[in-house]
Ligand binder design. Structure first.
Ligand SMILES: [Zn+2]
Length: 249
């Protein structure tokens, strides 16, 4: 019981300075949330948008790796869950994220990639972390068949790591690397069963966020079946338009 209380108190205490920081009206920034199934290309787009708008790119994967590497208290707690094969609890993810975005480089806003993953996380984020920043949600909308084809066709050279694709970036000789002649292989998490399972998890846990953000009036859906450059142009335009609207208000 005591351990639970202290964890709860910690969460409360760490939330307070962020809320105060967020209430400074003159430091209002833009927070971009990227939604989309695995294989929608949201990670790649997030990195490019981060460069374009000079906003930090924050992925929960990077956060976990950072805390693990520096062996922090939050990192040790998270590792205990993942080593037991359990999901890291929302409260812990929220704590990590809250600590990260309280840093000064996030004052003008930031781009979130891989968060929120559940409705619980989305609600907690809005209450505890967002502050007075404006929210722009970009939904990369793509057919699951397209995603399965994209992810399922990825090949990597076992010798030099060069990436290929069965359909979009074929090697000259099937199964052989153009660069070094090494054998090409498919990543374990790119097999059809694993992809289908990842899409199922997305469907049940993350897809409800589309409706949630639609209801909040901050959702922008983009057709992510197109080529990368067209998607990037559309996303860039959407963020600029959202910022213009909020500046009028
Ligand atoms: Zn190679």
């Amino acid at each position: 019981m005591y351990r639970f209380m202290s964890f709860f108190m910690l969460a409360l205490v760490s939330a307070v300075p962020m809320l105060q920081g967020g209430e400074m009206a003159d430091s209002k920034g833009t927070v971009v949330i990227m939604l989309g199934p695995p294989g929608s290309g949201k990670g790649t787009q997030a990195v490019q948008l981060s460069e374009q708008f000079k906003l930090p790119h924050i992925s929960t994967g990077d956060l976990f790796r950072h805390h693990k590497k520096h062996d922090t208290e939050l990192g040790r707690k998270a590792a205990a869950y993942s080593e037991a094969g359990e999901l890291v609890p929302d409260a812990l993810v929220i704590d990590m994220l809250g600590e990260r975005v309280a840093q000064p480089d996030c004052d003008a806003g930031y781009i979130l990639d891989g968060f929120p993953r559940t409705l619980n996380q989305a609600v907690a984020f809005g209450k505890e972390i967002l502050g007075s920043h404006e929210l722009v949600v970009l939904n990369l909308d793509v057919e699951y068949d397209v995603v399965t084809e994209r992810l399922g066709g990825r090949l990597t050279c076992t010798q030099c790591g060069h990436p290929f694709h069965k359909l979009f970036n074929k090697p000259v000789r099937e199964g052989i690397c153009d660069e070094c002649g090494g054998a090409l292989t498919q990543r374990k998490d790119d097999t059809e069963d694993v992809i289908r399972n990842r899409l199922r998890v997305y469907d049940t846990q993350t897809k409800p966020l589309i409706q949630y953000y639609q209801d909040l009036g901050v959702l922008n859906s983009v057709d992510a079946g197109k080529d990368k450059q067209s998607i990037f142009t559309e996303l860039t335009g959407t963020i600029k338009a959202a910022r213009r609207v909020s500046n009028h208000g």
